[in-house]
Every structure is written in structure tokens, then in C-alpha cells.
Design a protein around this ligand. Structure first.
Ligand code: CP3
Length: 353
């Protein structure tokens, strides 16, 4: 029997990321802090906008902790957004109600040159303060087995929002730039890769125990570009962090990567890969080998639906994840309309193994 109280040492998430098969598996959910929680909506309604929430440390720390208090998850993930890095580089960013993020489209060398890594330290200071407050809050509130995850967007996915200028269908402008102006695109990727290392390193120094790299649109790239703009930057980020903070695990989430999951796992050097909803866990296990941790991949729609369909879907994920190092999660973020009772049912079922 595995002792889940934390008395046996390391936190369950950290044990799994080190390659141990822990059962029942550690559990957390992407976008676990968010609009499906009334207590989140209450905090959110008191601030001017989403960026204000991300840059007000006591509020950001509070919403990070909300789902831990409710569900006792094995990980708290810093409440922020992948687009806070371009924001910190001085690129414009607004979140419009019902529309998502809006950014000035980056299409030329002049816009690239205006991104200013010199502003990074000052602009991310409140985010780092949030990390410190969450770490202290977890200890103060007795969540001894909950690990703190920091995160960033992977350079390609961040570039998608910067070049297309927001949530675009298929990110055609970004992917066209990769072919039509490879020099400009490579220079953008270079700037994002370097600043992502600095940003994640600072999160680790502030108390993040794990970091996750969200490459939500990785699977839009054809294989040679996937290599150049997904695997290679991930490898540089993982190596850069390993040199500064040896032993801190990186979870890579190359969403929609499909058949490229194996090459990503082998080529990037990540400790674990996040598996999206459309990829069978059995396939992912075959692709990454027996030793690497997998994280995923319950369909967020099953959680929205609830009932017997949810129970069957949770059971299928547990069955497929069993036997190797595995972290129970969703295959993409939880949907805002999800009833809290459905999340409670999911948690009970996963905890029962
Ligand atoms: O997981 C967590 O609880 C931590 C916080 C977190 C957020 N965004 C908060 C957020 C994380 C890890 C992210 C990552 C993120 N942000 C990704 C990668 C993962 C994925 O979903 O593919 C991407 C692509 C973004 C960019 C982004 N942020 C979009 C497209 C949107 C609009 C869509 C939406 O859900 O509203 C956001 C806004 C956002 N980020 C919200 C939250 C809680 C909603 C804003 C609000 O509450 O008003």
C-alpha cells in the first residue's frame, strides 16, 4: 500500500514525475481555477479585468488556492496566463469578455524589435510574488502533499497568439510566416525561447516545484516545422532550466501532436508529457516508453456531462493509466459551464482508484 498522507516523503506528483507508479494516481485538472467555481467568479467580479487579477498577488494566490481547498488536488497551478509573457515583454494584450485574448498582430521586424526583454524582471515581479504567496499558503493551510506548478506557454503557441493577434482559427498567419519569412519567425521564436527560460527559472526560484510548458497548438505544424518550432525550443528550455535548477521536472504538453508524441518525448528531454483528449493513453505509453510519466487525458466534455458517462470515462482513463507513472488530469482545460458536483464525483472516483 502506498501511503498518501505525505508521511512517506515526497509529494505524490513529484514521485510520479520522478518515474514512480503511484496508485491512486495524483490528480489535478487543467484550468482548475476558473469560472466554474463561484468563489472564482466572486473574486473576478471585483477586479477591472483578467490581467489585473493575474498581476494582483494576493488575489491571484487566493484563486490558485480555491480549488485546492475544495478538492484537495495534488497540484496547485499558478494562476496566470501564457500570454502574460508577451505582456511582460511590452506587447499589447487585452482580454475581452466573450472574445478571449486580443493582441496587436506581430508581422514585421519592427514589432519584433519592440519586444523588450529588459522589462521582463519588473513586469513579472507580481507573478513571482504570487508564486511565493501560494507556496506559503499551501504550507499554512496544511496542504503538505500538494505540489506547486509554475508554467509558461511554449514559444510556438505564444507566437500563434502574437502573430495572428488572438484566438484565430488554425493560426494561418503564424504558420504562413514560418514558411514565408523564416528568418523573422526564427527570430521571434528565439526571443520567446530565451525569455521563457528566464521566466520559468524565476518561477522556480520563487517556489515552483514543477513547471509545465503548454504548447496548445503544436499539432498544427507539419513534421519538419514541428521539429524546429516545438521539439527544439522545448529541448533548449528543458536544458536551460536543468543547468540552473537541476532536478526540477518539466511537463511538456504538445497538444494535438499525435504521432509526433514519441519524437517530442525523446527529443525535448521533458520529465513527463501531457496527453490530449484525442490521443489514446495506450498509444502514448507505447510512444514514450515505460519510464516516462504521462499526464491526462479525460475529455472535459465528459466532466461537463456528468453522470454515468463521466463515470465510464474516468474508469477508462484509470484503466489505461494504471501500471506506469501516471498523473490523472483532463486532456484540455475544464469548461466554464461544468457543474462543481461533477468535479466532486470525478475526485471521489479517482481517489478510490
Ligand atoms: O490551469 C489553471 O487553473 C491556471 C491558469 C491558466 C489560465 N490559462 C487561466 C485563464 C493556465 C495554465 C492558462 C493557459 C493558457 N492560456 C493556454 C494553454 C492551455 C490551453 O487552454 O490550451 C492558452 C492557449 C491560454 C490563452 C487564453 N487565456 C485564452 C485563449 C483565453 C480565453 C478563453 C477563455 O477560456 O476565456 C484565456 C483566458 C483565461 N486564462 C481564463 C482563465 C481562468 C478566463 C478568463 C476569465 O476568467 O475572465
Amino acid at each position: 500500500m502506498i501511503d498518501r498522507t505525505g508521511r512517506d516523503g515526497a509529494k505524490p506528483l513529484l514521485r510520479v514525475l520522478a518515474g514512480e507508479a503511484v496508485w491512486p494516481p495524483p490528480l489535478w485538472l487543467m484550468r482548475q481555477a476558473g469560472r466554474y467555481l463561484a468563489e472564482y467568479r466572486a473574486v473576478r467580479s471585483g477586479v477591472a479585468d483578467f490581467i489585473a487579477l493575474c498581476t494582483t498577488p494576493d488575489l491571484a494566490a487566493e484563486v490558485t488556492l480555491q480549488p485546492i481547498r475544495r478538492f484537495g488536488f495534488d497540484a496547485a497551478i499558478l494562476f496566470s496566463d501564457i500570454l502574460m509573457l508577451p505582456w511582460a515583454l511590452g506587447h499589447g494584450l487585452a482580454f475581452r469578455e466573450g472574445e478571449g485574448p486580443v493582441l496587436p498582430p506581430l508581422r514585421d521586424a519592427a514589432s519584433l524589435a519592440r519586444l523588450d526583454p529588459g522589462r521582463l524582471a519588473e513586469r513579472i515581479a507580481p507573478i513571482l510574488e504570487t508564486v511565493r504567496l501560494v507556496r506559503a499558503g499551501l504550507t499554512r493551510e496544511g496542504f503538505d502533499r500538494t505540489a506547486l506548478i509554475g508554467f509558461a506557454g511554449a514559444p510556438f503557441t505564444v507566437a500563434c497568439y502574437m502573430v495572428d493577434g488572438g484566438s484565430a482559427r488554425d493560426f494561418v498567419a503564424t504558420r504562413t510566416m514560418a514558411y514565408a519569412d523564416p528568418g523573422l519567425f526564427a527570430a521571434l521564436m528565439e526571443k520567446l525561447t530565451e525569455t521563457t527560460i528566464a521566466y520559468l527559472s524565476a518561477q522556480i526560484a520563487a517556489g515552483a516545484e514543477v513547471v509545465m510548458l503548454f504548447d496548445s497548438w503544436a499539432g498544427l505544424l507539419a513534421p519538419p516545422l514541428f521539429d524546429a518550432h516545438v521539439i527544439r525550443p522545448a529541448r533548449r528550455i528543458v536544458a536551460g532550466l536543468a543547468a540552473l535548477h537541476p532536478g526540477v521536472p518539466v511537463i511538456g504538453f504538445p497538444r494535438l501532436a499525435g504521432a509526433a508524441l514519441g519524437p517530442y518525448a525523446a527529443g525535448s528531454g521533458v520529465a513527463a508529457v501531457g496527453v490530449d483528449t484525442g490521443t489514446a493513453l495506450g498509444f502514448a505509453r507505447g510512444a514514450v516508453g515505460e519510464k516516462m510519466a504521462l499526464q491526462g487525458n479525460l475529455d472535459p466534455l465528459a466532466v461537463l456531462a456528468g453522470g454515468a458517462g463521466l463515470a465510464a470515462a474516468v474508469d477508462a482513463v484509470l484503466t489505461a493509466g494504471r501500471g506506469g507513472p501516471f498523473v490523472f488530469n483532463l486532456g484540455h482545460g475544464i469548461l466554464p459551464a461544468t457543474p462543481v458536483a461533477h468535479v466532486e464525483a470525478l475526485v471521489r472516483q479517482v481517489r478510490a482508484g
